[in-house]
Design a protein around this ligand. Structure first.
Ligand code: UDP
Length: 381
């Protein structure tokens, strides 16, 4: 069979690779001039630093098969993600840990004392937190919520945390130790030569041909036995029912000599500071050494037509529209929607790869049994 993969990010390339290894032919197209989608990395021409062009991407997972998969294509270097936050005139440690709590309350509490102290300030009457705000008030209480989460989240998502799902906050741990590793996964690292290099290695197979600067054109899919669409779900239908809401990011690049901020990511919790965070890219490659430094100041805003979609918003109205697009997708046939944009979900890289592997397996299984490939292997709702 000959399949078309629209989008050369992790979803498209991993599915293409798996199907090519199983003896199929895979054509991958992307409208952009590079592989890697929003994980794309490249050397900054002025400083020589490897930059995460579309914002910070840190590889972390508990999925041993996914870790083994990525390390087949590139050596992963040890990397520990450390994030600080500037709020109310001080620098604090993130995610919220014993150091943050002791500094914030001017205390010297031990773990059990801090746990009891935070628990006493938390709004424990909230039994089943549904929104981001309820989740925060239930677990960290109002002071910590308002200092570290409220302003940042309003800037990042452009709406009140009362409207956002609790799942967004559940991405972050709350620790009663001094462990400030941003993630708690077993496997964590950075590809030695960047994500794009890793993804190029995945696409390097005799059964795969890649066409960059090639947008999907009407009727293109008809020339293939199946299409995997990792572009925006609503985009496949020419936005006929309306647009699913996304946040997009603007990056303000600047350079300096030496070291700018002393860590990879500095968040800005105060609502008055217009940007959400500053990323200093050389910290993503601690094994390299560079005299100069390059940073991106990151601003979040509503995504208009023509902007690059980053974060699916998934508020109540988007979910209703999403349900309509799902119906359309399921009635289409011959197309499977995958990845962050194709299923309109906030996905980390490891989950994207896991789902891509599962999608390829489902495809091979359907082929063996003579069954139709579903529109979604992972239902978006
Ligand atoms: N968040 C926050 N303050 C912070 C860091 C994160 O309020 O200092 C909230 C914010 O709503 C953000 C979410 O937690 O969107 C998830 O944070 P994460 O660092 O996982 O975001 P990403 O790096 O994926 O943008």
């Amino acid at each position: 069979m000959h399949v078309l993969l629209v989008g050369a990010g992790l979803s498209g390339v991993v599915i293409g690779r798996e199907l090519a290894e199983a003896g199929h032919k895979a054509t991958i197209i992307d409208s952009r001039p590079h592989l890697g989608g929003n994980c794309h990395t490249e050397r900054d021409s002025e400083t020589g630093v490897q930059v995460h062009v579309y914002g910070p991407h840190i590889f972390h997972t508990d999925d041993a098969e996914v870790w083994e998969y990525v390390t087949r294509f590139q050596r992963f270097m040890p990397y520990r993600h450390q994030v600080k936050t500037t709020a109310r005139g001080q620098v604090f440690s993130m995610p919220i840990n014993l150091h943050t709590i002791n500094q914030f309350f001017g205390a010297t509490m031990r773990p059990a004392e801090a746990r009891a102290f935070v628990e006493a300030r938390a709004e424990t009457g909230i039994d089943d937190p549904r929104s981001f705000e309820e989740q925060a008030l239930r677990f960290v209480g109002r002071d910590i919520y308002e200092t570290f989460f409220k302003g940042y989240t309003e800037k990042q998502w452009g709406c009140s945390p009362t409207q956002l799902p609790a799942s967004i906050l559940k991405r972050l741990p709350l620790r009663f130790t001094y462990d400030d590793n941003y993630f708690f996964h077993r496997f964590q690292g950075m590809p030695e030569h960047g994500y794009t290099d890793m993804i190029e290695a995945m696409a390097d197979h005799p059964g795969i041909d890649v066409h960059l600067d090639t947008p999907y054109g009407a009727g293109m899919g008809a020339r293939y036995d199946h299409v995997f669409w990792s572009g925006p779900l609503d985009g496949f239908f020419d936005y006929e029912l309306g647009r699913l809401g996304y946040r997009t990011l603007d990056f303000e690049r600047f350079t300096d000599t030496g070291d700018y901020q002393g860590c990879a990511v500095m968040n800005y919790g105060d609502a008055e500071v217009p940007y959400t965070r500053i990323t200093e890219h050389k910290y993503f490659s601690p094994w390299e050494s560079h005299d100069a430094t390059v940073c991106y100041r990151e601003y979040s805003r509503a995504c208009d037509a023509g902007d690059i979609p980053y974060y699916p918003i998934r508020l109540v109205e988007e979910k209703a529209l999403l349900a309509d697009y799902i119906d359309r997708a399921e009635a289409t046939g011959g197309v499977t929607f995958v990845g962050r944009l194709g299923t309109y979900r906030y996905l980390d890289m490891d989950v994207t790869i896991r789902e891509a592997l599962d999608t390829a397996r489902t495809f091979l299984d359907c082929e063996k049994r003579g069954k139709a490939m579903p529109a979604f292997v992972k239902p978006p709702l």
